[in-house]
Design a protein around this ligand. Structure first.
Ligand code: AMP
Ligand code: FES
Ligand code: ZN
Length: 335
């Protein structure tokens, strides 16, 4: 197995490129894919202050590493979600990554700063954990970016993530979600721009990036992700990809090129219908706002109020999947 570029021994085969690469040329390919995504979608420039949302997992640490490597100014943001050992460990990976490289990592803790955690919020609201978690993260990404004067928030969503979400939206013909499924969400009143520079790279490629670059990351998946539909969509796409390498990339990147422009009219977000929350002042979209005693209160503040009043709930009480089941899911994903 030889590198396509230099003919030296290869360390990775990439069937979708019909080629093998040595470590150096694999890294070069990843840098070029990220640079192309940033350029094609005008994600940001060297002048922008970038905030990378890091979970301690491979994708978000890899994207932070890639951006710094490409010469961008990027700080990190870690949200401590209070999901037992999983959160403690993932925070350690994010903190060590930052410390070893002299990078700035901002940390927000749901328990310390807001008096609740994800398992408790799930119990208190009767929502699935991922819903309370996702809403908390979105709100706190926005807040940290606005308060810290950042221009743009970066997340580690990769090609597998985006293709599986697209697959789900297309299965339901959820046209409004399809129209908005773009790798750049423009800034609007009180919300920062949000971008996904890893859309041209797969989960496997990001794991390889971390191995080659010596980045330690948390391998374990979130214990509360049980029953997440997207894991099934990823499996389905992976089996298509195995039979026909390149399917995933042409499906998602082809959507961005050829389908998304046709839906552009539907993607317009209600920029004028944003009002400030009476409690926290955050910009609040109409869909998220709710009147409490005649005042507009955002969904996050309502979540905090209900969850902080609830006795703390341990992660084991809420989690559904056993370790063995999770390992089986990860094995499928790793293929
Ligand atoms: P997920 O929804 O867990 O697949 O994560 C998607 C992206 O959200 C990751 O690639 C990170 O950029 C970001 N993210 C997830 N969890 C956290 C966290 N605890 N703190 C900060 N960012 C996170
Ligand atoms: Fe949010 Fe698991 S990371 S519920
Ligand atoms: Zn609020």
């Amino acid at each position: 197995m030889k590198c396509r570029t230099c003919r030296e021994p290869a360390i990775i085969d990439l069937p979708r490129h019909n080629a093998n690469f040595c470590a150096e040329h694999f890294l070069q390919l990843c840098r070029r894919q990220v640079a192309k995504a940033i350029h094609d979608h005008q994600m940001f420039t060297e002048a922008d202050r970038i905030l990378v949302a890091v979970s301690g997992g491979k994708d978000s640490l890899a994207v932070w590493d890639l951006l710094v490597d490409l010469g961008y100014r990027a700080d990190g943001l870690y949200i401590a979600l209070g999901i037992g050992e999983y959160s403690d460990e993932s925070r350690g990976y994010a903190e060590r990554f930052a410390a070893e490289r002299g990078l700035v990592l901002n940390v927000v803790s749901l328990r310390e700063d807001y008096g609740y955690d994800v398992p408790t919020a799930a119990k208190a609201t009767g929502r699935v954990p991922c819903s309370a978690c996702g809403m908390s993260k979105r709100h706190l990404f926005d807040k940290a970016a606005v308060d810290g004067g950042y221009d743009v928030v970066v997340t580690g969503h990769n090609l597998d993530d985006e293709a599986s979400v697209l697959f789900g939206n297309a299965l339901r013909w959820d046209v409004e979600y399809l129209a908005r499924q773009l790798p750049v969400l423009p800034a609007r009143h009180g919300f920062p721009r949000k971008v996904k520079p890893l859309i041209r790279l797969t989960e496997r490629e990001m794991a390889a990036w971390c191995v080659v670059r010596g980045i330690d990351y948390i391998i374990e998946e979130c214990p509360m992700a049980a029953g997440n539909r997207h894991l099934g969509y990823k499996e389905a796409l992976n089996s298509l990809e195995e039979k026909s390498p390149g399917t995933k990339a042409s499906y998602y990147l082809g959507f961005l090129d050829r389908m998304a422009p046709l839906l552009a009219d539907l993607a317009v977000t209600g920029a004028d219908s944003v009002r400030p929350c009476a409690r926290c002042g955050a910009a609040t979209g109409v869909a998220d706002e709710h009147a409490v005693d005649g005042e507009i209160v955002c969904a996050f503040c309502r979540l905090v109020e209900r969850s902080a009043a609830h006795a703390p709930v341990s992660v084991d009480l809420v989690r559904k999947k056993s370790r063995a089941e999770r390992r089986a899911t990860m094995e499928v994903e790793a293929r």
